[in-house]
Design a protein around this ligand. Sequence first.
Ligand SMILES: *Cc1c(COP(=O)(O)O)cnc(C)c1O
Length: 416
Amino acid sequence: MASEPLLVSPKSLKTILGEPRLRSSKRNTAILKDGLTTIIHSTILKNQESNEPFYVLDLGAVISLMDKWIRTLPTVRPFYAVKCNPQPAFLDTMAALGSGFDCASRVEIESVLALGVSPDRIIFANPCKSESHIKYAASVGVNLTTFDSKDEIEKIRKWHPKCALLIRIKAPDDGGARCPLGPKYGALPEEVTPLLQAAQAAQLSVTGVSFHVGSGATNSLVYKGAVEAAKLVFKKATQLGMPRMNVLNIGGGFTSGQQFEQAAPAVKAAIQTYFSDEPGLSVLAEPGRYFAESAFTLAANIIGKRVRGELREYWINDGIYGSMNCILYDHAVMKCEALACASNGSNPTCKGAKRYSSTVFGPTCDALDTVLTGYLLPELEVNDWLVFPNMGAYTAAAGSNFNGFNTASILTYLAY
Ligand SMILES: *Cc1c(COP(=O)(O)O)cnc(C)c1O
């Protein structure tokens, strides 16, 4: 993998949209020239008989994010983390853009292979896999995985001995991450030597090191400490007489925008500092949030209203048990804009209208199912809409079917 040119190449928009796989998976498309709100407005007008919630996936945004990644981190090959958002058209776009994929389960591997992606573009990046999933990976030729325990080594020796391994280490500092992963995954410094020796004894090939500084990392300096820790593992492997390691997997933790602007140079500098003496090194990453978050916008319909004095309370048809599970699991803070299509068609964005402190509830009968409180919104009516930006990361992916509100049935419209 080391000397291979980067697979990712910025294809033109036209080439990507011409991909037959993408064409077959799109349900509806709109040309994005007037902005997302206009697209959403016209989608609502076209589908007046249905008030179901829907997503709009901005393919142009995905292409820009890939372009940005390639220009900023040209030597770091992205393997998109499927768990973040496995929406088929989105995966297809990532495949067309040349991304690799981080899969954590048999079903995730199946969905990526179904796109025609070759198995060498997949890393099975789950440090603890069930035996049946390991057997499946062996059967389809997914030959790169991670581990952080002796029991995992034993399972891989038994079921997939040809698989190359990356030892997952615990990043020294995941402070400031929205979702730290250190409490669950990653070998501690004192565990590295025994794990490498166990892999050696099992005659398995450990080709490198991986880490994850935590999802939604806020402190970009954490990458430096993690890259330095990875370098120590490279040295340890040499001391143990193992073949030279040549893969550094820097995981995820990136958010598009300002965080990436700071994290990318920190990553580059750390690799320069600690790995410039490693010829033939290949660096990969497993970004999830970076690619998915800003690419999806959600529109939800107002299905109920109650007025209590100055307070406005609304019920919408998506919530905590659906897309907004990110409030609980991903510690997300919701933002939305009103689209008063039903009550104020001439001025649906309600420019200049008086705002009221409002509560927005989800549709299920649980009081926990509350999306926003104390949020300023114009006076809205049943059948108006709320539009939520940045809803692509850890949203629909983890929604449920509770109370009969089925997250999986929410449609996605493609815009470009
Ligand atoms: C969740 C996860 C990712 C993606 O993380 P982001 O912070 O969304 O980029 C990458 N790698 C592994 C192993 C993960 O568990």
